[in-house]
Design a protein around this ligand. Structure first.
Ligand SMILES: Nc1ncnc2c1ncn2[C@@H]1O[C@H](COP(=O)(O)OP(=O)(O)O)[C@@H](O)[C@H]1O
Ligand SMILES: [Mg+2]
Length: 261
């Protein structure tokens, strides 16, 4: 076995050990579904490819499991901690609907393929949005790579414990609000993007900086609904601070004026 094969073997063992542990923990739900939810064949293949490219050298456990994605910790070949966001192709949610009758029926292979394509587009879109934001100087996890339904980015946190989100953060200060509004300003004016799902759940506070993440649904400032989205993002943030007892005289209009100039 050459070095490359060995590395692959190692990754594979880790993956399967992980799948086993994962199943064990979630015995309550249908095993078949779990298996598919974690790593379907395409996802495994994509993980192998990313490992061949040295982007994923090691994959650790899941750090977060959402409805549409799972986020894992890992390291690159250079030892850099990474977050690996895997967009799920057949989630339970998805299967609840009629899709379960279509996926797996060979007559509808085309549908299956286009679903894959749509999900691949999500990973690509999130990567591109992150890249634009990163290059504009917004505090975001540095994007590293994407392939098919997998997005790889800088890990925010210590020892594979994600940094606290704003929601989880204890000491909320007015300064944090100004820092966040500055990020929205940069995102809008330099990256020309609106997050559209901005809230205390999608902002880490780490090393005294607000780090915005989860950019899959971000849109261009030229989107027909741009104003609505921006207004909603701003209100979410102002409401959060208000609810945490930060006395803000700022209105949404004030912030809109600051951002749009
Ligand atoms: N770059 C990252 N570093 C560390 N943890 C991350 C990173 N990105 C996401 N996570 C973890 O995964 C969770 C979900 O990520 P998110 O991108 O918001 O996915 P979803 O689309 O499911 O909301 C986060 O709350 C966080 O715990
Ligand atoms: Mg999120």
């Amino acid at each position: 076995m050459d070095a490359e094969e060995k590395a692959l073997k190692k990754l594979e063992q880790r993956l399967y050990r992980y799948i086993k542990e994962y199943k064990f923990r979630r015995k309550d739900i249908d095993e078949r579904e779990v298996e598919e939810e974690v790593f379907d064949e395409n996802t495994l293949k994509t993980l192998y490819e990313l490992s061949n490219e040295g982007i994923i050298a090691e994959l650790y456990g899941v750090v977060a499991a959402g409805k549409e994605s799972r986020v894992y910790g890992g390291v690159t070949e250079d030892g850099e901690p990474i977050a690996i966001k895997i967009f799920l192709i057949t989630t339970a949610e998805f299967r609840k609907g009629r899709m379960k009758y279509i996926l797996g029926d060979p007559r509808f292979e085309e549908v299956g393929r286009s679903i894959h394509k749509i999900i691949y587009l999500w990973a690509q879109k999130e990567y591109r949005n992150l890249k634009a934001a990163y290059e504009a100087g917004v505090y975001v996890p540095r994007p590293i790579a994407f392939k098919n339904n997998i997005l790889v980015m800088e890990f925010i946190g210590d020892e594979f414990q994600p940094a606290p989100t704003l929601k989880e953060y204890k000491r909320i200060t007015p300064h944090m609000l100004y820092q966040i509004l500055r990020q929205i300003y940069l995102l809008y004016n330099k990256a020309e993007l609106i997050h559209t799902d901005l809230s205390e759940y999608n902002i880490f506070y780490y090393k005294r900086k607000p780090i915005i993440f989860d950019f899959g649904q971000a849109v261009s400032i030229k989107h027909p609904m741009a104003e609505t989205f921006l207004t909603r993002d701003i209100s979410n943030i102002l409401n959060f601070f208000r609810n945490r007892g930060i006395d803000i005289s700022l209105t949404v209009e004030d912030v809109l004026e600051y951002i749009k100039g």
